[in-house]
Design a protein around this ligand. Structure first.
Ligand code: NDP
Ligand code: VSD
Length: 308
């Protein structure tokens, strides 16, 4: 059933709040009159973020330096910050690279930060969130990715971590609904952030081709969509038009609050499966073409290298 989660005057705690989407979320939360706390590893980046929010809104953000992989550090930060009304699990690491070229340590790092990091946070926050005195509904929201709705070339480890969040969120929602806690998953497309600039430096060609099926957004637009969805208590929050299609096509057995959206999901299911197959046809076409070109490329290279 529909609900409304207020943001104004509530405590919003954002992991990875010192950069990119997290920083945009911090700006927006402050602008909406929330008390804001941000957490990340680098204290320098946290202080810069604090200043930038202060300059833009006049609001003093609380900062916590901790690694989400370290449960004790996370627990200490959360205890210091006090009761949380909106927990935004936004921290994340990503490199686009074929599994073959990725070190196993990088795979493990991705899963540890993106998936276990969220579980550490939730374990630390949940007891106090459940025992809150305030009867208002509260939120736990995850920043996933469109690569957490469909597997994409180059994102083996990353997609695994983000698909993991979906299972986590579906199960968690059933466990916490009795405490008026509402779970959301946010699914951004490629978004203009320092993290993406870094990722683009060594992104496989095929990852670029396939990911370009969806749009490109500004971090601030993603933050706006995120808070609109959190306020409505939406389980799945899409950020652009392709994202809406993707969420409808992958609705599966996830909960739905809006009767209108439930109706659209049912009616659109067949045609969206058709659209999904067209996308797959296209993507596998690109993969086939790329392999062919690569083979030709090798032959040409071999030929020229045999010329003295
Ligand atoms: N940009 C994009 O194209 C998209 C991004 N996303 C998702 O959005 C989220 C934010 O991405 P984006 O803003 O681009 O990333 P950025 O790299 O710009 O920022 C990541 C933030 O997470 C923090 N962080 C990273 N590792 C840890 C850790 N172990 N413990 C605590 N904090 C950590 C970073 O701070 P520090 O390094 O100091 O710890 C930083 O504040 C991620 O979950 C990402 O997967 C989803 C779709 C698209
Ligand atoms: C049936 C309808 C289908 C609709 C179109 C589907 C389009 C899918 C495109 C997926 C793009 C994934 C981008 C990941 C961004 C990200 O997370 C990174 N920048 C961070 O690593």
């Amino acid at each position: 059933r529909p609900i409304k989660i207020p943001i104004n005057n509530r405590h919003v705690f954002i992991t990875g709040g010192s950069s990119g989407i997290g920083l945009a979320l911090a700006h927006r939360a402050a602008a909406e009159g929330a008390r804001v706390s941000i957490m990340a590893r680098s204290l320098t980046k946290l202080e810069e973020a604090k200043n930038s929010v202060k300059n833009a809104t006049g609001i003093e953000v609380a900062i916590y330096a901790a690694d989400v992989r370290d449960y004790d550090a996370v627990k200490k930060a959360v205890d210091e910050a006090g009761p949380i009304d909106v927990l935004l699990l936004n921290h994340g690491v990503f490199y686009a690279l074929e599994l073959e070229k990725m070190e196993l340590s990088e795979v493990k790092f991705t899963l540890d930060v993106n998936l276990m990091g969220c579980l550490n946070m939730i374990k630390a926050v949940l007891p106090e969130m459940k025992n809150r005195k305030d009867p208002l509904p509260v939120s736990i929201a995850f920043v996933s990715s469109q690569a957490g709705q469909v597997g994409i070339y180059g994102y083996v480890a990353y997609s695994a971590s983000k698909f993991g969040l979906r299972g986590l969120a579906e199960a968690l929602q059933q466990e916490v609904i009795g405490d008026n806690i509402h779970v959301s998953l946010i699914f951004p497309p490629d978004t203009d952030t320092p993290g993406l600039v870094e990722e683009n430096k060594r992104k496989p060609e095929l990852t670029k081709i396939i990911a370009s099926s969806s749009g490109f957004m500004k971090a601030d637009e993603v933050a706006q969509k995120a808070f609109d969805g959190i306020r409505r208590g939406s389980f799945m929050i899409s950020c652009n038009l392709e994202g809406i299609a993707l969420s409808l096509a992958t609705a599966g057995l996830s909960p739905q609050r809006s009767f209108l959206m439930a109706f659209v999901e049912v009616v659109a299911a067949g045609i969206l499966r058709f659209a999904a197959l067209c996308f797959q046809w296209n993507w596998y076409g690109s993969i086939e073409k790329w392999h062919k070109e690569k083979k030709c490329g090798t032959i040409r290279f071999d030929d020229s290298s045999s010329i003295p």
